[in-house]
Design a protein around this ligand. Sequence first.
Ligand code: ZN
Length: 213
Amino acid sequence: MRFILLDIIYPTHCAACGDIIEPGQKFCKDCKSELEFIKIKQYKNKNNKFDRLISVFCYKDAAKRVVLRYKFHGKKYLYKTMAEYMFREFEENYDDINFDYITNIPMSFSEYMNRGFNQTKVLAKALSRKTKIKYKKLLRKKFSTKNQVGLTAKERAENLKGCFENTENIKGKTILLVDDVKTTGATLNECSKVLRKAGAKGIYCITFAMADE
Ligand SMILES: [Zn+2]
């Protein structure tokens, strides 16, 4: 009886559309049917500056709505659901790697003031609690950059050039780099470039969703 009462006071909402759903579920039936798991589990191509990337969902439909609600519509608590899925992928794919630090994609000061939180830091800290790998801020974004939406892959890479810098000694360290979405990979690549230059031995990325190439 107690549980039923709590369900009425604190109903469970679908992470993608906000509809009330059965307790214990994360998505309503319609949104769940739209979710598409990433098939290639360990993504790598020769242009990437990181060693590997894993992700959970294709960045579209319900998975995209989760990210948009999380980032732009005040549903910050969705980090819990996102981190849970990311942790599952982590356990399946990165469990044999000895990580020294978890870190995230930084924001410039004004970007942070505009959004009110850094969505990748919240996810990285949640993953740090789950994996027991130490969270550490390793990068700083020196200046704000144009919104990447609508830019080509080449323009995105150009847009981010030189905006990140390393702030810690990471010589010989293996790092888990967290982002919410991988689109062209420009952001992860630019950060990886800086980490690599600072002496990082291993750079592995994880995102909640990934867009088609
Ligand atoms: Zn839904």
